[in-house]
Ligand binder design. Structure first.
Ligand SMILES: [Zn+2]
Length: 271
């Protein structure tokens, strides 16, 4: 296999049997780290820079081959990590969430229990937007069918189980709606807090989110800043289902003796 030989020399080829182009592992590792700190850095930008450094004209096929090689590189990293996790017995369900923060989760024998077993903060943001190309260029947008390798990602299906919770509550109040319901929709009364939160995201903006395939992420972190769970916000702003799905997961994993902070928590608690 040519790639076994190439790997011994620190390179990875762009095809399994007859690669015509190879990239060094250092180039792939450097792009991996750069892409983690700057997700908008594209493979094309990386290849254009490499072409300039090597004084060769840019060709689109080099970018295509880089993408293929980079996918293979990530697959190798993922499989190696999986084997390491199995060897270290870190492959049990929710291992990461239960062990990520030593300050929160390392309990001593006969340690007196605290009022709350864990302080957690949840919130969504929208800095990872991806436009649905159907709206801008009338082409089918790429649907990412890959599944996350880590267990701290909640799948869209797990989140969607909660999409009718607020609607069900509204239906009980005889209000006809197709709106999935934002975080504050379940509140039985409107406080200053809810008004301010809604002013920051008016109705028109809620509809605007439809043009994005993904609008951002919704996360839960412990009070020491460690990531516990995360889910994608898809074609919407901050809906109730994201908070409900994460809270449900947190209670299932850590028990109900939790203190959860949320910027619209007053309304969300009644949802
Ligand atoms: Zn912690």
């Amino acid at each position: 296999w040519p790639n076994a030989t190439l790997l011994r020399h620190g390179c990875l080829g762009s095809a399994p049997t007859k690669p015509t182009l190879a990239f060094t592992l250092r180039t792939l590792a450097q792009f991996h780290e750069l892409h983690r700190v700057c997700p908008c850095l594209s493979a094309e930008a990386q290849i254009r820079a490499l072409c300039n450094l090597n004084r060769i004209p840019y060709q689109k096929n080099i970018t295509d081959q880089f993408r293929i090689t980079y996918d293979a590189y990530l697959e190798i990293l993922g499989r190696v990590q999986r084997r390491v996790d199995i060897a270290l017995k870190r492959d049990t369900p929710n291992w990461r969430a239960l062990n990520v923060c030593p300050a929160c989760d390392y309990r001593l024998q006969d340690e007196p229990s605290l009022k709350y077993s864990k302080l957690i903060c949840i919130d969504g943001n929208n800095s990872l937007r991806r436009v649905n190309l159907k709206f801008t260029r009338e082409v089918e947008t790429y649907i990412d069918t890959r599944k996350p390798r880590t267990d701290y990602w909640l799948f869209a299906e797990a989140v969607d189980m909660f999409k009718d919770e607020v609607k069900a509550k509204k239906a009980a109040e005889l209000v006809e709606t197709i709106d999935p319901g934002d975080v504050a929709d379940g509140a039985s009364f409107v406080t200053v807090c809810i008004q301010r939160w809604r002013n920051a995201g008016p109705e028109e903006r809620k509809r605007m989110w439809q043009i994005f395939v993904e609008t951002g992420i919704f996360v839960a972190v412990c009070r020491h800043g460690f990531m516990l769970y995360i889910c994608d916000m898809i074609q919407s702003g901050e809906l109730a289902k994201y908070g409900l799905a994460l809270t449900d997961k947190l209670i299932n994993v850590y028990g109900s003796n939790l203190c959860i902070g949320y910027d619209i928590g007053c309304a969300f608690s009644s949802t």
